[in-house]
Ligand binder design. Sequence first.
Ligand SMILES: N[C@@H](CCC(=O)N[C@@H](CS)C(=O)NCC(=O)O)C(=O)O
Length: 201
Amino acid sequence: MKLYFAPRTRAIRPRWLLEELGVPYELVKLDLARQENTTPEYLAVHPLGEVPALVDGDVTLLESLAICLHLADRFPEKQLAPPVGTAERGPYYKWMTFAEMSLDPAVMEFYWRAQQPGEHAHADEGGAKHETRLKAVLDVIDGGLGGREFLVGGTFTAADVVMASILHLANTLRLLDGHPRLVEYVRRHTQRPAVRRAVSG
Ligand SMILES: N[C@@H](CCC(=O)N[C@@H](CS)C(=O)NCC(=O)O)C(=O)O
């Protein structure tokens, strides 16, 4: 398997998961600042020139969430996804997609504002709307976790990889200050040895 990767991007999620799985893979690092993601070679892998992308045998996968879902199912013996048809599988899908489809866009609103502060200075009304939305989304996650260590089934799963990755970005933007249990969730999971390996080098 070959993972196309760039640091400080969504590609951290599948790399963290691959490190948790402990399976062999080739890491292909792209320097986005040097536009290594826009070469004809890479555009043949990912036509949008984005990371991550995973090549697994004859299959090329785009989308970090799809890659994480695939990887966790590909190695069932590692038990990072509840088996299909079990009671935990539905909540697993729910938290995976809630993280990607509800949390990620709510956090990215603030990420882009932090990147370009001047551009949004006039948009206070929009800002309040985004704050209300983000708080509601974080409340759902906080309530769902209820102070527990893991999202699904009492054990660490790929859902924690995806959720903790996005919450970590939220935490660095100081968006979790009203949710101390989520700060603790991020702290605990980002201390895992696999995270250290995934962000190294
Ligand atoms: N929905 C896609 C989004 C991928 C994406 O936007 N990747 C960004 C990095 S987080 C990227 O490669 N941007 C290209 C660039 O910055 O030039 C996914 O989750 O994989």
